[in-house]
Ligand binder design. Structure first.
Ligand SMILES: *[C@@H]1O[C@H](CO)[C@@H](O)[C@H](O)[C@H]1NC(C)=O
Ligand SMILES: *[C@@H]1O[C@H](CO)[C@@H](O)[C@H](O)[C@H]1NC(C)=O
Length: 311
């Protein structure tokens, strides 16, 4: 793959217009009240419900899977006349060692939500290539159908684009049938130009999704970075006809934030991207806030802790 040396469009003046656009999006993000509940439910269907903690156990994975299957309390869904729509989160996302637990729990719940596993030495990617590849294979063997990989950031920082391409190709191969979601860790890539190029390389190498962050960097998903990635997705679509998915992750906690992300994707890529095949939100606590907002929408008051015990 050869990225031409000509400057990409991410020049300084475009950067300024990105900041401008970011402000506009933030100003515009108040969705009309009557539509808000519907949009929040839509947001639920995009969530990769995530737990990535050192103290994850089979029982909290079980709870996570239950929550993925029943993300919003049944009576609230009934009040919105949405109880028979089969609303679930898009996937659950766990560490490789917890994939078996998640697969088992979802199977027991009679639920075919995909299990996503992080891999390749998540979050830093500082393990040998051989181990990183083996980690993908083992997660797939255990039943993960989506693999969220991290890239070697120094390949980006030193401009070794071919090496980056080769590495992601190997991840792609190791995934087999599983979907490949490539985490760029944009907080560690140095510049927006690097974000654009890394996005392009990740897509050329066969990623099904590009994802902003691990949630463990000091900078999480931000709108300027997202706009660069979304425009890379659009350019890639124009050049190849392939639609690649987008997954912001890291620090997305409030229902309001989730709506801002939805409207950003809608504006940049259009409604056709607003489906779980092409858009995910990586989050752990976002769902509780969405449930609280829906509770408020339905009942007119805010939930006490015991009202939403599974949150
Ligand atoms: C990442 O790439 C750099 C080359 O820039 C290399 O020195 C380093 O070993 C690579 N890291 C891993 C974990 O393979
Ligand atoms: C980034 O996201 C993670 C996970 O949601 C959170 O723990 C962390 O505080 C966030 N960092 C910043 C700088 O917002």
């Amino acid at each position: 793959p050869r990225l031409h040396n000509r400057r990409t469009w991410v020049s300084e003046c475009v950067f300024l217009s990105i900041l401008d656009l970011t402000e506009q999006i933030q100003a515009r993000r108040s969705v009309k009240k009557e539509w808000q509940a519907a949009w929040l439910l839509k947001a639920v269907t995009f969530i990769d419900l995530t737990t990535l903690s050192g103290d994850d156990t089979s029982s909290n994975i079980q709870r996570l899977c239950y929550k993925a299957k029943y993300p919003i309390r049944e009576d609230l869904l009934k009040a919105l006349n949405m109880h028979d729509k089969g609303i679930t989160t898009a996937a659950v996302c766990v560490y490789p060692a917890r994939v078996c637990d998640a697969v088992k729990a979802l199977k027991a719940a009679g639920c075919n939500i995909p299990v996503a596993s992080v891999a390749t030495g998540f979050p830093a990617g500082q393990t040998h290539l051989k181990t990183r590849l083996e980690e993908i294979r083992l997660a797939v063997e255990d039943g993960a159908t989506e693999i969220d990989v991290v890239i070697n950031r120094s390949l980006v920082l030193t401009g070794q684009w071919e090496a980056l391409y080769d590495e992601i190709r190997q991840f792609r191969k190791a995934c087999g049938e599983a979907h490949l979601k490539t985490i760029l860790a944009t907080g560690e890539l140095g510049s927006l130009t690097n974000v654009y190029k890394a996005s392009m390389i990740a897509m050329m190498a066969g990623s099904d999704f590009i994802k902003t962050s691990t949630g463990k960097e000091t900078v999480n998903a931000t709108f300027p970075v997202a706009i660069v990635m979304l425009r890379a997705i659009r350019d890639f679509f124009w050049k190849t006809g392939n639609k690649i998915g987008f997954k912001p992750a890291g620090g997305i906690r409030s229902a309001k934030d989730s709506l801002a992300w939805l409207s950003l994707v809608k504006e940049e890529l259009g409604d056709e991207w607003l489906k779980p095949e092409l858009f995910r939100i990586g989050a752990s606590t976002l769902l509780s806030d969405i449930e609280r907002q829906i509770y408020h929408h339905v009942t007119g008051r805010y939930a006490a802790y015991h009202d939403l015990p599974m949150s």
